[in-house]
Design a protein around this ligand. Structure first.
Ligand code: AQP
Length: 334
């Protein structure tokens, strides 16, 4: 199916029902690479357990995330769609890279600081070393390009540092990946606190729009979105709520922020929020429908998972065997 194309890798954690942040910042952009690159799109369940998960929900969301990849337009015949824990080399390389990642580097990661604050009763070692496992995910496939949202930029830079460090010690082993952060949609903010990014694990349902929310729920949540005491629909400082809504509207319509500002000039906040909600809900309708169709056929999803794991495994094994040789592990002769 694939030749010697350059590689794209990205992943999404099944740590909650996916949001329009995950969609606009990441998944929506994945399909554009499918022709030119060998694309690996992974459901990163091993990352998800850095925060306590309910097992049955994690399992269900793993299927759902895979189905959402496809519902968002990723063709499993043109992309390797798989689940991280099905390919054991992720854990294996993750451990090796832990030994090439510095305590100080991991301590500086803002996601670690944020998540430790949110999960004060479970600041586990996995949460701390999360970026080294993410580096392993990427480097295993000799990835050139990693499409992610703005929040992953710091982790990606660390993955580059780890690759460079390893290459300096052992000679060229890993391709050093570049990030691809979209111009629009790289940071979609919470509807209840627009100074923060929208997160799928946010306990406040009104703060997040989920890809699979019903039209009514989407409109209700947009109507409750925090704005400001003014009445002008313009993008800018001190107008974080309105700016976020304009940004979302612009992502779903392809219009520029200036065009959107012009369109809504003179309109009240209530009507503006309703218009953004309707646009978002209508845009996502085909995704919701295709998702429902795919989820009805679990056997098909399992077939895609198996096919993806087999393809990913072949390539991951190649890199891992190179790494094992370089670092001095002995190999058993068969
Ligand atoms: N608000 C966002 N705006 C734009 N892009 C975003 N991404 C996440 N939130 C936004 C991008 O979605 C991809 C998958 O994210 P992830 O599952 O790896 O975890 P995350 O970055 O930690 O996303 P969440 O939604 O905030 O999950 P939880 O709540 O579990 O921590 C990534 O490319 C990410 O940049």
């Amino acid at each position: 199916m694939f030749n010697d194309k350059k590689v794209v890798f990205s992943g999404v954690q099944p740590s909650g029902n996916l949001t329009i942040g995950n969609y606009l910042g990441a998944i929506r952009n994945f399909g554009a690479f499918s022709e030119e690159y060998h694309c690996y799109y992974c459901v990163v369940d091993m990352h998800a357990i850095t925060v306590r998960q309910v097992p049955a929900e994690l399992r269900r969301r793993t299927y759902e995330t895979l189905a959402l990849y496809m519902a968002c337009g990723l063709d499993p015949q043109k992309n390797t769609l798989f689940v991280q824990s099905h390919v054991p080399q992720h854990a294996e390389l993750g451990w090796v890279l832990d030994c090439y990642t510095m305590f100080g580097e991991l301590s500086r990661m803002t996601q670690f600081k944020d998540k430790s604050a949110k999960n004060a009763d479970n600041i586990n070692a996995g949460l701390f070393t999360y970026p080294a496992l993410m580096a392993a995910d990427i480097l295993l496939y000799q990835t050139e390009l990693v499409p992610v949202g703005q929040d992953q930029k710091q982790h990606l830079e660390l993955a580059r540092d780890i690759a460079n460090r390893f290459n300096q010690v052992y000679g060229e082993t890993f391709v050093v990946p570049d990030g691809y952060i979209p111009k629009e949609g790289a940071k979609i903010c919470s509807l209840q606190d627009p100074t923060k990014k929208m997160s799928k694990s946010d306990p406040n349902e009104n703060a997040v729009i989920r890809i699979l929310d019903s039209k009514d729920d989407i409109i209700k949540k947009f109507k409750r979105a925090v704005t400001d005491s003014g009445n002008e629909i313009i993008h800018g400082e001190g107008k974080e709520g309105i700016s976020n809504l304009l940004n979302i509207y612009s992502c779903f319509t392809g219009k520029t922020i200036e065009e959107a500002e012009k369109e809504f000039k003179g309109m009240g906040y209530g009507d503006f929020k309703l218009a953004v909600g309707e646009t978002c809900a209508d845009y996502l309708k085909p995704v919701r429908e295709e998702f429902a169709r795919l989820m009805a056929d679990k056997a098909y999803l399992e077939q895609i998972m198996a096919q993806g794991a087999e393809d990913a495994y072949k390539n991951a094994r190649r890199t891992m065997s190179k790494v094992r040789r370089k670092i001095g592990f002995t190999e058993l002769k068969h």
